[in-house]
Ligand binder design. Structure first.
Ligand code: HEM
Ligand code: HEM
Length: 245
């Protein structure tokens, strides 16, 4: 394996997604179905063989899953964002303020940490909004590929790794924010909201698996770039190699 540094940097994000996030999704979903099964069995006065701790275990894994998804989202956007900043600075036309960007990372991560500790509703809402907003602002920075021809909701945005990734990250932050509400609500309204939104999240995760692997196939190795980027991507044609003499 002889990979150049730029190629290794591109691979860190998919490696983290595949080895950390996706196994956590498997565990969280398995425990979610167990939690529901146990709750329904107990509600119908049946004895359940599933231990009562399965609910808290699901939440414990769920919190780590949400943290890992935020981490992987930030990893996915950081390389292309800084690549663009460095390129712009080398050309002498740097428009983005690096200080402001770094501040956004502090807000995104700091608010997530506060959200994980907060109990009162107003603080949970505040930190979830702050963290989510900072992640969206960072994700919208130039240089990050969105598959939308540079304009929001244009082009092939509906099969875009970016749109699915940002949405699922917001759903994970929302899941952390409503944990106490799920427990306090006797009418199970928050529980139902949680189930519906996180079933959507599972579909989006599958979408991330599909769009991410497609993107791995599309992105050339750094030593192939100057050739591959000469191709016409709309008409799917590449320059013919010179005829052998
Ligand atoms: C793949 C993502 C997830 C799915 C599919 C999922 C689905 C579910 C399901 C089906 C239940 C059982 C509902 C019932 O009792 O009928 C549940 C419970 C719950 N989930 Fe999730 N969930 C996910 C991630 C998360 C995350 C990230 C958190 C927050 C950190 C979370 C927090 C909770 C809480 C607090 C409960 C109530 C547990 C209890 O009754 O003891 N979940 N979830
Ligand atoms: C929870 C799961 C994931 C989330 C939230 C996520 C999010 C993102 C985001 C927001 C970007 C930047 C936009 C873009 O370049 O498209 C990105 C880039 C990328 N993602 Fe993912 N992703 C996830 C899983 C995966 C998986 C499973 C793979 C492949 C196996 C993958 C492969 C890639 C690749 C190759 C890039 C481009 C990296 C670069 O240019 O440096 N992602 N991801």
């Amino acid at each position: 394996m002889d990979l150049a540094l730029p190629d290794i940097l591109k691979l860190i994000h998919p490696i983290m997604a595949v080895t950390i996030v996706f196994p956590l999704i498997g565990i969280a979903v398995y425990m979610a179905t167990q939690t529901r099964q146990r709750r329904l069995q107990v509600a119908h006065q049946d004895k359940s063989k599933i231990p009562p701790s399965v609910g808290t275990e699901h939440v414990r894994v769920g919190r780590w899953l949400a943290i890992a998804v935020v981490g992987v989202e930030l990893l996915g956007i950081t390389r292309p964002m800084f690549n663009k900043i460095i390129q712009d600075q080398a050309r002498g036309n740097s428009s983005t303020s690096v200080i402001l960007i770094l501040l956004m990372y502090v807000v995104a991560i700091g608010s997530l940490v506060c959200l994980l500790r907060a109990r009162p509703k107003v603080w949970r809402a505040t930190f979830a909004t702050l963290s989510g907003a900072a992640i969206i602002v960072l994700s919208l920075q130039p240089g990050i590929f969105r598959r939308d021809n540079g304009q929001l909701f244009q082009g092939e945005w509906y099969v875009s790794h970016w749109y699915l990734g940002v949405t699922v990250t917001m759903l994970m932050i929302f899941s952390i924010a409503i944990v106490p509400d799920i427990y306090q609500d006797r009418t199970n309204r928050w529980r139902l909201i949680h189930i519906v939104l996180n079933c959507v999240a599972v579909l989006l995760f599958i979408g991330q698996g599909m769009t991410g692997t497609r993107d791995l196939l599309e992105i050339p190795l750094s030593w192939q770039e100057s050739h591959v980027y000469q191709c016409d991507f709309v008409n799917k044609k590449c320059p013919e190699p010179p005829a052998p003499k």
